[in-house]
Design a protein around this ligand. Structure first.
Ligand code: R2B
Ligand code: URA
Length: 312
């Protein structure tokens, strides 16, 4: 029996809705693109979609990816036609921003997935990565965390989504083989880096301040330092290694669509040590770019792997 490579998903068909496929023109409103654009030409051959909060990080990442595709322009064009996001395509990689928090992120998940569908990319090869920042839980600042599973602000696994007034909880698992490949690629290059990659549960909240148990927001909290520490220690005991604001919707979306996805998030601080960063702005900037370095190692390996070459 053929064992599928971890690069190829065996159930290759994503579960796209039928409705948008019937439209003469499908409008990807927040990208400022629609199906009257030649999307299959613009996004031909994409294999990895990298999503991140900020437009400038999406641009910086696209510029890094040009190293892997020497024929591409060193200054990639922003293909988004609105100011809601920045969207770049370099070789087989898309780099796109999604804003902060689940609601913003979810809009771009729908539209970038439909973009890939309309571009007729091969979903058996396609992977979706979120490169983010987070607060660590019991991990040193600067650690890069890889999400095995996401839980919500109540420490419950999964994502609660409301449609038509009905609340449903959906699974939020990171892709195991993809995480293995990323860890492996980083391990092979580890000596070039002075930080670690840790796997674990990521907690995702709808609030940076009280939702993450901070005491440094504008409002008087109903809890104190001791309550906060109890909660963070409980989270740690449940396997939580970091806290951010998009992992539940990111994984729910791709689990439901049937596509491979995971999240690589830099811990900017250890929340067991406090609520505010204790390092310089330059260090925070450097930590924030570490997921890009980890993903670059993964991409280098993915695109140079000779056993994969025939599939590109
Ligand atoms: C991490 O950083 C942002 C908040 O500062 C948010 O988008 C997240 O998930
Ligand atoms: N992003 C978050 O959501 N929380 C943090 O503590 C740091 C970055």
């Amino acid at each position: 029996m053929m064992i599928p490579s971890s690069d190829e998903k065996d159930d290759t068909k994503p579960r796209f809705a039928q409705e948008f496929q019937k439209y003469p023109i499908d409008n990807l409103y927040h990208l400022g693109l629609d199906t009257s654009n030649d999307l299959s030409h613009m996004f031909k051959g994409v294999e990895v979609v990298c999503m991140m909060g900020s437009p400038s990080r999406a641009q910086a990442f696209a510029e890094k990816v040009t190293e892997l595709f020497p024929e591409s322009s060193k200054v990639p064009d922003n293909l988004a036609k609105t100011d809601r996001c920045a969207l770049f395509k370099v070789g087989k990689v898309v780099s796109i921003s999604h804003g902060m928090g689940n609601p913003s992120c979810l809009i771009f998940l729908h539209e970038v997935s439909k973009l890939m569908y309309h571009a007729k990319v091969d979903f058996s090869k396609l992977k979706f990565l979120r490169l983010g920042t987070s607060g660590g839980v019991g991990v040193p600042h600067g650690t890069v965390c890889l999400t095995e599973e996401a839980c919500d602000g109540e420490l419950q696994s999964g994502y609660e989504h409301i449609a038509l007034g009905v609340k449903k909880r959906w699974p939020t698992k990171g892709d195991v083989a993809l995480n293995d490949d990323i860890v492996q690629a980083f391990a092979e290059a580890q000596e070039s880096y002075n930080f670690e990659v840790r796997r674990g549960v990521t907690m995702s909240t709808d609030d940076y301040y009280e939702g993450q148990g901070r005491l440094d927001g504008a409002l008087e909290t109903w809890y104190n330092e001791e309550d906060k520490m109890k909660f963070l220690e409980k989270a740690q005991a449940q396997g939580v290694v970091n806290i951010e604001m998009e992992s539940t919707c990111f994984l729910f979306f791709f689990n439901r669509l049937g596509a491979r996805a995971t999240i690589i998030g830099a811990a900017l601080l250890d929340r067991l040590q406090g609520d505010q960063h204790s390092v310089s702005y330059e260090s925070i900037k450097e930590f924030s770019l570490r997921p890009q370095l980890v993903v670059m190692e993964y991409l280098k390996r993915l695109f140079s792997d000779t056993s994969q070459a025939s599939k590109h």
